[in-house]
Every structure is written in structure tokens, then in C-alpha cells.
Design a protein around this ligand. Structure first.
Ligand SMILES: Nc1nccn2c1c(-c1ccc(Oc3ccccc3)cc1)nc2[C@H]1C[C@H](O)C1
Length: 271
């Protein structure tokens, strides 16, 4: 189970940025053994907790905590009101910010390493039958240049509302440019929908942080994808075999998309 965390053992410092559902602060946590470890604390916006949401949130937290993998941000525990999620600190922050700051001066070896690490983290979620629902480079954190970790897995299911870059649908809001068409149309989430989002995150990496489908709204994106069978165009830095993988992940038929286990195997054998 998650560690019991007391507010008295938590010291909060500067803001690290605004993630989904609330602000994230750097902090230190004194564990039961007396060790003081650096943490990232996501302070959830009070309004996310409509009555009754809190209990299933606690269940989701247990599920998130049980998922331990090198490429997943570790959730230590939750505490306080407003609720704070005490997590592993990724000192270099969000991958999206790094991609944009480097102005295209990033070795493709790093991008290919990050892609494989995200595939490994997602394959772990898939094996544990856990959906992410909001995979994007804004939710991929950098521990070091050589190690990225996925954050916010499962949060979309744990919490109903979200901030404005999501479309409102059946109380759950989804980030439409990253979304699989079946999620946009009939709110179906699945590992195959996560695979679609994974390919959009790859597109972000090879585009050095460009916004997918920039300027288009959900229904325009859906029409291009469904009616005109259009897809995001290959970023100039994207190798042909990587773009082929993206296109397979963007198959209209979820059953035709590769699994994360398959993607990981492909990446490991094509290093
Ligand atoms: N862990 C972090 N380290 C450094 C910077 N960070 C972290 C998180 C962050 C992301 C998710 C999270 O909550 C989770 C984690 C795992 C599963 C579910 C929720 C907590 C902090 N968010 C940020 C910054 C990047 C974003 O701009 C705010």
C-alpha cells in the first residue's frame, strides 16, 4: 500500500509548473525511517473532488502506487486537503519543455532512447491492464537526459474534470489532438487508444515539441482522420521506419494497431 504521509513530514518549496489537475511543487519528504528525500508534490485543485469522487480516487491511488517501473514516475502517497500527490521528482522537468527549449538541436539517438523507454513504461501498464488515457510529451518527465518517466497515468480515470485543453465529454475530458478517433467519437478508452496517443507523443518528439493538428478543433480533426483518412505528416527529422510505426499505431481499426509489447520488441530489435 502507499506510504502513510503526514503533512508535518512534508516541506514544500518552489513551483515546478502546472501539470494536469493542479500545480506541482518541489519538496522534501521525511520518510518513516527518517530519511529526507526530494519529491514532486502535485496539489490537486479542490474542485476536482465532487462528493463521492474521493473514495474511488483512493482506490486509483493504490493501483497507481502498485505500478512500479523504471519508466513510471513513482507515487509515494497522498496527503492533506487539498489533496497532494507526493511523487518521485524528475529534476529536468517535462520532456515537452526540453524539446522546445533545444530548438531542434537534439540528437536522434536521445529521441529513439526516450521512445523506447516510454514504450517500456507503457508495456508495463499494458501488462498490468492499466490505461493511461492521457499520454503526451507534457506528461513525460526527465530524470536525466538518458532517463524519462511517464507521469499522470490513470489520473484521467481517477479524476473527472481537467483543464481547458481537453474536450468535455461525459464528465471525462480528453486532449483531442492526442486522442484516438474511437475515444473522440464514443469515449472508448483502451490499450489500443493509448497506442494511438503514444504515436502522437512520438510525433511530438521528432517535431521537437510542435503542437499536433495545431489550430484545428476536435470535430475538424475527427473529419480529417475519419473521412479524409488524413494523418499527422512525417516530421522532417523522423526516420521512415519510425513513421511507418506511427502509421500502424494510427490505424482506424483499434484491433489493427500494435500492442505496446509488440512496439517494445520492434524497437529493441531495430535499435
Ligand atoms: N514528478 C515531477 N518531477 C518534476 C517535475 N514535474 C513532475 C510532475 C508530476 C507529474 C505527475 C504527478 O502525479 C502523478 C504521477 C504518477 C501517476 C499519477 C500522477 C506528479 C508530479 N510535474 C512536473 C512539472 C512538469 C509540469 O510542467 C509540472
Amino acid at each position: 500500500t502507499t506510504s502513510v504521509i503526514f503533512e508535518k513530514d512534508l516541506t514544500l518549496h518552489n513551483d515546478l509548473g502546472t501539470g494536469s489537475y493542479g500545480v506541482v511543487k518541489r519538496g522534501e519528504w521525511k520518510t518513516e525511517s527518517g530519511k529526507i528525500i526530494p519529491v514532486a508534490v502535485k496539489v490537486l485543485k479542490a474542485d476536482v473532488f465532487a462528493p463521492g469522487v474521493y473514495d474511488d480516487f483512493q482506490r486509483e491511488v493504490e493501483a497507481m502506487h502498485s505500478l512500479k517501473h523504471l519508466n513510471l514516475i513513482k507515487l509515494h502517497g497522498v496527503v492533506g486537503k487539498p489533496l497532494m500527490m507526493v511523487c518521485e521528482l524528475a529534476p529536468m522537468g517535462a520532456l515537452l519543455d526540453y524539446l522546445r527549449a533545444q530548438n531542434g538541436r537534439i540528437s536522434l539517438n536521445f529521441i529513439s532512447k526516450w521512445s523506447e523507454q516510454v514504450a517500456a513504461g507503457m508495456a508495463h501498464l499494458e501488462k498490468n491492464r492499466f490505461l493511461h488515457r492521457d499520454l503526451a510529451c507534457r506528461n513525460i518527465l526527465m530524470s536525466t537526459l538518458d532517463l524519462v518517466k511517464i507521469g499522470d497515468f490513470g489520473l484521467m480515470r481517477a479524476l473527472p474534470a481537467a483543464d481547458d485543453c481537453y474536450v468535455m465529454s461525459e464528465r471525462r475530458r480528453v486532449p483531442f489532438p492526442w486522442c484516438a478517433p474511437e475515444s473522440l467519437r464514443s469515449r472508448q478508452f483502451s490499450h489500443a487508444a493509448d497506442v494511438w496517443m503514444f504515436a502522437v507523443a512520438l510525433w511530438e518528439m521528432y517535431s521537437f515539441g510542435e503542437e499536433p493538428w495545431i489550430g484545428l478543433n476536435g470535430s475538424e480533426i475527427l473529419r480529417l482522420i475519419m473521412r479524409e483518412n488524413q494523418r499527422l505528416t512525417a516530421p522532417s527529422a523522423c526516420p521512415p521506419d519510425v513513421y511507418m510505426l506511427m502509421m500502424q499505431c494510427w490505424d482506424l481499426n483499434p484491433k489493427e494497431r500494435p500492442t505496446f509489447a509488440g512496439i517494445l520488441k520492434y524497437m529493441e530489435t531495430n535499435k
